[in-house]
Design a protein around this ligand. Structure first.
Ligand SMILES: [Zn+2]
Length: 181
């Protein structure tokens, strides 16, 4: 059984993330992350969830995301976010990894495929983002899921009303990945 670390993006007290269409990224990410945890624990996978602006030591008053994940011996790290753009027509799902060609890319492809198929979001693919702290500073396969665009009306509607479907898709992506490794 994989041990799973879930990191809903941003911070309830310090950083709401992207805000648009009456929604805050921090709330959507937490709601989806909690449901991923509930689903995975329900089928026997040990999970930890931390949402914090302290990604790797920069906000000592908050729990350290990468530090905790690295110290806990978890097998995979899944960060959950919503995308946003100045152009309100930008929409869809993308999953970010530090680099392609390894287990993180495999996990990303499994999650990306499940979300795109179950939510009918635009498939923006798996992308390399070596600049992102949670992908760079974690020592296990790590992905950052940009579930959909909070700044796009159609995507925001899904983020508001279909949170369980996003969570179930992420959970299925994780179990798909486990069968492949
Ligand atoms: Zn974000």
């Amino acid at each position: 059984m994989l041990k799973i670390f879930i990191n809903p993006g941003h911070d309830i007290d310090l950083d709401p993330g992207a805000c648009a269409n009456g929604l805050r990224e921090v709330d959507i990410a937490l709601a989806i992350g909690k449901q991923v945890k509930q689903i995975m624990e329900g089928i026997g996978y040990p999970c930890q969830l931390i949402q914090s602006d302290n990604l790797n030591g920069e906000t000592p008053s908050k729990p350290n995301v990468c530090g905790t994940a690295n110290a806990s011996g978890v097998d995979i790290f899944v960060s959950i976010h919503c995308n946003s753009a100045a152009n309100a027509s930008a929409k869809g799902t993308e999953t970010l990894v530090y680099s392609t060609g390894g287990k993180a890319e495999l996990l990303a492809k499994c999650i990306q495929s499940q979300i795109v198929h179950s939510l009918s979001t635009v498939d923006r693919g798996v992308k390399e983002r070596p600049d992102l702290c949670v992908l760079r500073e974690t020592i296990m396969p790590a992905v950052l899921v940009e579930t959909a665009f909070i700044s796009n009306e159609e995507d925001a509607y899904k983020l508001q009303l279909r949170q369980y479907a996003f969570a179930a898709a992420i959970a299925r992506g994780i179990t798909d990945y486990e069968k492949l490794i």
